[in-house]
Design a protein around this ligand. Structure first.
Ligand SMILES: [Zn+2]
Length: 295
């Protein structure tokens, strides 16, 4: 198997989709396993370890909070011809083709990349990074660094040419929102320059979200991060909706719950208002819902 064959196998990974919502299971498992190889750890990983770690990753970076289901990719990644499970012949399957968790535990199943692939990944840093980058492309770019840190892969990568951004996007969006955070109004400047104020994409660029005002929000660094991680979203009426899964003590009330159910500070002109289909897709695909009750 050549380097190019390996890249192709990962590029054509069957990633389960419902509508535009991508199941992040396989990309996260691949990233986790690459991270381990890069640290010189064993190729084979016990199912029990993957169940624990992948559950955490799915809770953090997936959108379905209630059912992480780490056994799905542990078993299904074999079908993409990149992964092997030990004692696979002893594992019973559901009619849909998923493994019985009790069998995975009982037979102490371990999983890992096929030997030939693991060898390549261990000996070829740029290959490991290229495949990692490929897996990260299933997620919005603003969380690539967080995911890389969580799986222990160095970041940023410089292997591929990234898609070109419109250099005017930030300025256009900040101007539309009069240089303040659409959630909290934050507008600190260093002389005349806004600081820690950013232009967020509502629909991520990776999903075809354009670099236009209707797909942008001016947000302070804090609210940008919380928005991109799906901690809050917007309703069709531009109300801020906080996830039931969000919690905390210091900062939670003051920086998040205070705005729950309130409308954002709107842009200065009707033509810059967020487009309903972008908001709707953030709500359905990025937000870690359901949202809390409005009072
Ligand atoms: Zn803010």
């Amino acid at each position: 198997m050549t380097r190019e064959d390996i890249i192709q196998k990962f590029k054509s990974l069957k990633v389960w989709k419902r509508g535009n919502k991508i199941a992040p299971h396989k990309p996260l498992l691949v990233l986790y396993a690459i991270g381990k190889l890069r640290r010189g750890e064993n190729r084979l990983i016990p199912y029990t370890e993957i169940a624990e770690k992948l559950t955490e990753l799915l809770r953090e970076f997936g959108t379905d909070q209630s059912k992480p289901r780490p056994h799905y990719p542990f078993w299904r990644l074999r079908e993409d011809k990149v992964w092997k499970v030990t004692n696979a012949n002893l594992i019973g399957q559901t009619p849909k083709g998923d493994a019985h968790i009790t069998d995975l535990k009982h037979h102490k199943a371990s999983g890992g990349f096929r030997e030939v692939i693991a060898d390549h990944l261990q000996n070829d840093s740029s290959l490991a990074l290229e495949i990692s980058e490929n897996m990260l492309d299933h997620f919005r770019s603003s969380i690539h660094e967080d995911i890389s840190q969580a799986v222990g892969i160095e970041y940023p990568f410089h292997t591929l040419n990234r898609q070109k951004r419109d250099p005017n996007f930030r300025e256009n969006v900040l101007r539309a929102y009069e240089y303040k955070c659409a959630v909290c109004g934050f507008d600190v400047k260093l002389q005349h320059q806004p600081v820690a104020l950013e232009a967020a994409h509502i629909l991520p660029r990776e999903k075809g979200g354009p670099d236009t005002e209707e797909n942008g929000l001016a947000l302070c660094s804090l609210h940008h991060k919380l928005f991109d991680r799906g901690v809050f979203t917007l309703s069709a009426k531009l109300e801020i909706l906080v996830s039931e899964y969000a919690n905390g003590s210091t900062g939670f009330g003051k920086w998040l719950m205070r705005f729950h159910g309130k409308k954002i500070n709107p842009p200065q002109s009707q033509m810059y208002y967020p487009r309903i289909n972008f908001i709707d897709r953030h709500f359905r695909e990025e937000f870690k819902g359901p949202y809390r009750e409005k009072t």
